[in-house]
Design a binder for this molecule. Structure first.
Ligand code: GLN
Length: 486
């Protein structure tokens, strides 16, 4: 049944441009039929799951929405894809994205922008870089989707399209077979329409992978699960949580509608018995600048391998020319403008004359951002030794803040936007990425208790994404608060 829906929807939703390639319809039908014949199917069996096009699949092309990888098919499945398949899920297709994950509106795709269009004439940003994955879920073309989140790429599209987007703690989900953008920040994330669905997928993927050197070891996972500071907080029950309101996120450019929805979401949690507490995260205001030094620096190194020799397509008519010409031409043609900008930025901030003033400073800011979070969370960061400084009565269990400063902008307005303004969109998502913390975006109705489950009908009720951020390893708590808000 689901597969027929997919096939039907392909034509109906083609204008969204959510997919870069689609699974073979026959195979989908056969696999779904096979799954349906299993007596006690597990929650993932027969489910259609879309996969962002920077996650390797051996049956479908993997292009990272870049011209340089246009014809590339991976010889193997990424670990997360294999885990989904082993659980009986079906890869619905590969989803559109900003080239190599660099962008916030899906406009930097070789295949053209994936667009949020819920009615005639509407052309909105689907968010980026996992815009295609978010749209695929929002339009019902799949049950759930995988994305990647380096600085907000799962949470921002989720917020814009009205679905749920979860970025787990860094190191929990395998990155093996995921095309690297900025390794120290890259996290596989899950998009879905209910927290329950996301939880089922998270459970399947949340295991150590020996192929990924940054995958958390089994013994570290066990230590996190039995974090002594968690059990010491005997007053911490999920019925009565301390919810933090980070005042530094109340910026002047925050859309008043988003601010009102934030207040509404806080009241909803308060009415369920949780308490609200103002907290301060002073390093937050430097987080965005630090991110836009660190991410391009790592990217410039990661993307060096696309030279037309070892990886990617080669510019035509240049065989026999010196290597430098071959590399320059291939890369000049193969990468889009934003990717080239990031490579230049990154190469500069890592250069001998700039590294002290840029890269090293940004690393220090990253540490301060991390410390800010450690200072306000009631549980100790299981990866750090030093105990936090605040007294426990001043601490909070999770934070609640908007995912993005505005509602989805029109594509026309973002197409001519200068890069700095585009980077501003990530101001609320980047801090949790720098600190490797679990964070989830949940759509909350702009009007009182009036969320619209039918996103694609004529009477669209708008939502704004609200973000819940937790201490490292507190993923289950973040998910449980999200379930209360959805
Ligand atoms: N918009 C951010 C960037 O361009 C985040 C991207 C991401 O999380 N992949 O870097």
């Amino acid at each position: 049944k689901t597969s027929l829906k997919l096939l039907g929807n392909q034509a109906k939703y083609a204008h969204l441009n959510a997919f870069t390639s689609l699974a073979n319809g026959e195979t989908v039908l056969e696999t779904t039929a096979a799954a349906a014949s299993i007596p006690n199917p597990n929650p993932l069996s027969g489910r259609l799951i879309a996969v962002k096009d920077n996650i390797c699949t051996k049956d479908l092309r993997t292009t990272a929405a870049s011209r340089i990888l246009k014809g590339f098919t991976s010889p193997y499945d990424a670990t997360v894809v294999r885990q989904l398949k082993d659980a009986g899920a079906i890869v619905a297709g590969k989803t559109n994205m900003d080239e190599f994950g660099m962008g916030s509106h899906n406009t930097h795709s070789y295949f053209g922008a994936a667009e949020l269009s819920r009615r005639e004439g509407e052309h909105l940003s689907s968010g980026g870089s996992s815009g295609g994955s978010a749209l695929a879920v929002a339009s019902g073309q799949c049950w759930a989707a995988l994305g990647t989140d380096t600085g907000g790429s799962v949470r921002l599209p989720a917020a814009y399209t009205g679905v749920i987007g979860f970025k787990p703690s860094y190191g929990l989900l395998s990155r093996w077979g995921v095309i690297a953008y900025a390794n120290s920040l890259d996290t596989v994330g899950i998009l879905g329409s209910s927290v329950n669905d996301i939880q089922h997928i998270f459970e399947k993927l949340n295991v150590h992978d020996p192929q990924d050197p940054t995958s958390l070891l089994r013994r570290t996972r066990t230590r996190i699960d039995s974090n002594p500071s968690k059990s010491l907080q005997s007053d911490r029950s999920t019925e009565r949580l301390r919810i933090g309101i980070p005042l530094d996120y109340n910026i002047s450019t925050l859309d008043p509608m988003v601010r009102r929805t934030w207040t509404r979401a806080l009241r909803m949690l308060e009415s369920r018995g949780h308490t609200l507490h103002q907290v301060s995260l002073p390093a937050t205001r430097h987080a965005l600048s630090a991110y836009y030094i660190l991410a391009p620096a790592e990217a410039s190194s990661n993307l060096a391998k696309y030279d037309g020799v070892r990886y990617g397509s080669r510019a035509e008519g240049i065989d026999g020319t010196p290597e430098s010409v071959l590399f320059a031409k291939t890369r000049g043609q193969g990468f889009g403008a934003e990717v080239r900008r990031r490579i230049l930025l990154g190469a500069f901030s890592l250069s001998a004359q700039a590294i002290d003033n840029y890269f090293i400073q940004a690393q220090k800011v990253r540490r301060l951002v991390q410390q800010d979070f450690d200072d306000i969370f009631s549980t100790q960061n299981p990866l750090q030794d030093s105990p936090p400084e605040l007294k426990s009565e001043e601490k909070v269990d999770v934070l609640l803040c908007p995912t993005a400063p505005t509602l989805p902008p029109t594509l026309a307005s973002v197409k001519d936007q200068d890069p700095l303004n585009a980077y501003m969109n990530d101001v609320f998502t980047v801090p949790a990425s720098l600190a490797g913390l679990p964070a989830i975006s949940v759509p909350v109705g702009l009007e009182l208790d009036d969320r619209d489950p039918e996103l694609f009908n004529e009477n669209i009720k708008q939502t704004a994404g609200m973000q819940i951020i937790g201490q490292y390893g507190d993923d289950p708590l973040v998910l449980s608060v999200a379930a209360e808000l959805q």
